[in-house]
Structure formats: C-alpha cells, structure tokens
Design a protein around this ligand. Structure first.
Ligand SMILES: [Zn+2]
Length: 241
C-alpha cells in the first residue's frame, strides 16, 4: 500500500521513500509513500526521477493499481532486488506538475463560475500543462457568452480565493449538497473516504487531483475556443498564460 503524499501536500517536490516491491519485467517499482500523481480526473500522471543506491532512474509513467502506486522506471540500469527494501529519493518534474496544478485549478474555477452564472453542469474534461477543455450542459454557446465566461473566470483568479483540501468520511461528504450536484453518488461503495477540493466561495467538488493554494496562482485564463459537441453539450477550451 502506498501512502499518497500529494493528496495532503501538493507542493512537495522531493521525498524519501522505501521500495516495497519491484517488478523486473515491467520495471515497475512500488513505494511505501509517493508525491507522484498517478493520473486521474483528467490530470495526467507526473514525470520525474527516482534515485536508488546512487543510480538516477527516470520515472516515465505512474499508475495507481489497487492501493499501490506503480512507478515505471526508464533506462537500462538494473533494478534493486524485490525484497531489498531499498531507500529511494523521488524528485518530481516540478515545472510541469505546477503547470498542471494551475491548469486543474483553472478548470475548477471555470466549472464553478459557469454553474454559478448559468446553472450549467460539467459533463467531462481533460487537461495538458497550461491548457484544458471542459464540456458543459449548454444549449447555446455564442462568442459573447464565451467572452463573459472568460471575464468572470479571471475575476475569480483576481479575487485570490483560498483553496482548501479535506478528506472526509463518506457519510459526511454525502450530506453536502454541492457534492451531490457533482455526482458524488457515483463513487463506488467500497470508498469510505472522500477527498474534497473547495475554492472557497465558488466551487466544491470530490476530486483526487493536485491544486494550487490560492486562485491568484493560476494566472490569466484565456478561452481559446469553443465548439458544439451535441444539442445540449458544449466544449470550452482554455489556455493559461
Ligand atoms: Zn478536478
């Protein structure tokens, strides 16, 4: 089982850990704890490196499998033996990760603003560093409307709203009306804790991703494009400057 440091400290760039298992065939290493985000909720997994016994291995892919986080190591250097319990030092590609944090928070600002101003719910989303897209239940989308959304979204960036992350017992989370709106009821029954990300005064969601601490860190959001994806489904593309 891997303890997920990024869930409570998104700003940790380097960490120490112990290797709990190694699969030589796939070059996948499991750690007792990790700051590497394994991907999910539209946010891609992190890149970076692991230093083990003086050898620096690139982390080329990260994946959650059950309670474990698998770090797939590149290069050709041999891996430690599976039962060595070797120490590892992890370092994130912080430039990219921080861009993804700003992008992920920007998408939540967009989602919160569009729901507040138009009552439109999100149906999907995806992101890369400094750009993302989000689909909304909207019947009509015009240039003026998109401009108004862009202006309102940037106002929320300038407000400097605090972002709070909590891990709540399932029963408690299910009492929160804002979370019910974001389809929290679709969470599998086995999940007993729900992580919530709140942009204070704007948006509250069940979310596993990494976010900045304040909306002012996001920077200027540009609505780059929009398109219709069906009668009641419209897609908005954003870029972060
Ligand atoms: Zn999210």
């Amino acid at each position: 089982m891997t303890s997920l440091i990024y869930q409570t400290d998104a700003y940790l760039k380097e960490f120490s850990a112990t290797i709990t298992s190694v699969d030589a065939g796939t070059r996948a290493v499991v750690l007792d704890q990790t700051a590497f985000y394994p991907g999910g909720g539209g946010q891609p997994f992190d890149f970076g490196s692991l230093e083990i016994a003086g050898v620096i291995y690139p982390v080329e892919k990260v994946k959650k499998q059950g309670d474990d986080v698998l770090h797939f190591l590149g290069g050709t250097d041999p891996l430690p033996s599976p039962n060595s319990a070797a120490a590892a030092r992890g370092t994130l590609d912080w430039v990219r990760r921080y861009q993804l944090m700003r992008t992920h928070t920007a998408l939540h600002i967009l989602c919160g603003t569009v729901f507040r101003d138009y009552g439109a719910k999100v149906t999907g989303g995806d992101m890369d560093p400094l750009k993302g897209r989000m689909d909304f239940e909207f019947e009509n989308m015009r240039g003026e409307l998109v401009k108004a959304i862009e202006t309102a979204t940037n106002l929320e960036v300038q407000q400097g709203r605090e972002i709070r992350v909590k891990i709540l017992p399932r029963d408690e989370a299910f009492q929160i009306p804002d979370l019910i709106r974001t389809k929290i009821n679709l969470l599998p029954e086995g999940i007993m804790q729900v992580r919530t990300v709140e942009i204070v005064g704007l948006d509250l969601q069940a979310d596993g991703g990494t976010h900045v601490m304040n909306t002012s860190e996001v920077g200027k959001i540009k609505v780059a494009d929009y398109k219709s994806k069906g009668a009641i489904n419209k897609r908005i593309y954003i870029e972060i400057e």
